[in-house]
Design a protein around this ligand. Structure first.
Ligand SMILES: [Fe+2]
Ligand SMILES: [Fe+2]
Length: 407
């Protein structure tokens, strides 16, 4: 039996999803498609997000009596951020004789090689994707060849994109427009009967960052799938804090939010995957860097967001790159992320209150304080210190003594 796993937020499920599923089934000769709504995020992203049970129910309605579809609550039951490797493992236990396929959107497919326990995923499922959002079949096939070298079996299906999106559907509901031809029969009635998506996702008390969350949705979904629940919460807290500090410092809050979301994107994939991506893109570590595994996620994170996610804003890339070490000559955005990582709401260390006070009152003092704290801590632990950190510290001390010389 051939079963394809098709996961997503399904908020709500729409005809684009169904069409993709059916077309994939036809071309791959699949027996079943398993729709797996992702669990409720530990950190609610939008006020208007439907509850997990509603998203699950809409999938059930969409599936109807069609024997092609199964709907699974496996990820919702597990709660928190789910790793695809765990889901496939569980399905392997439930359906030991099945041949598993994994259907992923183009953007997700291009990152598969760095997912948690990629080898496990590749071993258990045939990896399938379809062109979307400006990512063409050629680019997908190129990346498929890279994954195949690592033992994966990949199929790129040239199915044309359907111009339906969950975001557009939610907008229409809010505007009182019809959903004709956009959602499967019964789903619109369900949405209406439950009063879903009637709240403006952009207008909560925390309006701005909810708006930022919406415009960074793809990145947030990506980190949700790649990070542990704790780290996911941390990243979201850093994004919020970065946007807040950016306003204070006169940096761009939108960019700061994005950099905050992405800063730890490679943190939970393991040293092997971190080094692999550096190797793939020809990045050679310096001696101090080799001895500092703690900074690999920052260096590989910068490479990942530039090369794989296609982020082309140099300032955002550098903010990720230097968020652990800092460096001399940091931009306002780089400092914002560095300090947001120290002062986000999830942080708890002896000096955190003082650090937060400084971050809000005196950026330069805060940087010096954070650098001194870090360097002292590294010395105490007998660790190597990255030269960038020392240069950052020296630059600030030199600046400070300059301003202290009477003229
Ligand atoms: Fe980090
Ligand atoms: Fe962090």
């Amino acid at each position: 039996m051939k079963i394809a796993v098709f996961g997503g937020a399904f908020d709500p499920i729409h005809l684009g999803h169904i069409r993709l599923a059916r077309e994939s089934a036809r071309r791959l000769d699949l027996d079943r498609i398993m729709l797996i709504p992702s669990s409720v995020p530990p950190h609610k992203l939008r006020r208007d997000m439907a509850a997990a049970n509603d998203r699950l129910e809409m999938c059930r309605i969409a599936a109807g009596n069609d024997p092609l579809f199964m709907v699974s609550d496996i990820e919702i039951k597990r709660g928190g951020a789910s790793f695809t490797a765990d889901t496939l493992e569980e399905l392997g236990r439930l359906y030991p004789d099945a041949e598993l396929y994994l259907i992923t959107g183009a953007d997700m497919f291009l990152t598969l090689g760095t997912w948690n326990r990629f080898e496990e995923i590749a071993k258990r499922a045939v990896l399938c994707s379809v062109p979307r959002d400006g990512v063409g079949g050629d680019r997908l096939r190129e990346y498929a060849a890279v994954l195949e070298k690592r033992g994966a079996r990949c199929i790129i299906l040239d199915i044309t994109e359907t111009a339906v999106s969950s975001t557009e559907i939610r907008r229409r509901i809010l505007a009182g427009e019809s959903l004709d031809g956009l959602v499967p029969p019964g789903v619109e009635e369900y949405i209406n009967s439950r009063g879903l998506y009637r709240v403006n996702g952009d207008s909560s008390g925390n309006g701005k960052s909810v708006g930022f969350a919406e415009s960074n949705k793809a990145f947030i979904e990506m980190i949700r799938g790649r990070l542990t629940p704790q780290r996911f919460c941390h990243s979201m807290a850093v994004a919020e804090q970065a946007a807040r500090l950016a306003e204070l410092y006169g940096a761009d809050p939108q960019k700061a939010y994005t950099a905050g979301v992405l800063h730890d994107i490679m943190k939970d994939v393991g040293a092997k995957a971190q080094l692999q991506i550096l190797d793939d893109f020809g990045i050679i570590l310096g001696n101090a860097e080799k001895a500092l595994p703690g900074c690999w996620h920052a260096i590989s994170g910068a490479v990942f967001i530039e090369q794989i996610l296609g982020v082309n804003d140099r300032d955002i890339i550098n903010a990720v790159r230097y968020h652990t070490t800092a460096r001399a000559g940091m931009s306002l955005l780089e400092e914002t992320i560095y300090l947001a990582d120290f002062t986000s709401s999830d942080r708890d260390y002896p000096d955190v209150d003082e650090m937060r006070r400084l971050a809000e009152s005196d950026r330069r003092e805060a940087m010096l304080y954070a650098l001194s704290y870090t360097i002292r801590d590294l010395v105490d632990r007998g660790s190597v210190i990255h030269p960038d950190a020392i240069h950052a510290y020296n630059e600030r001390i030199a600046d400070k003594s300059k301003t202290n010389i009477p003229v």
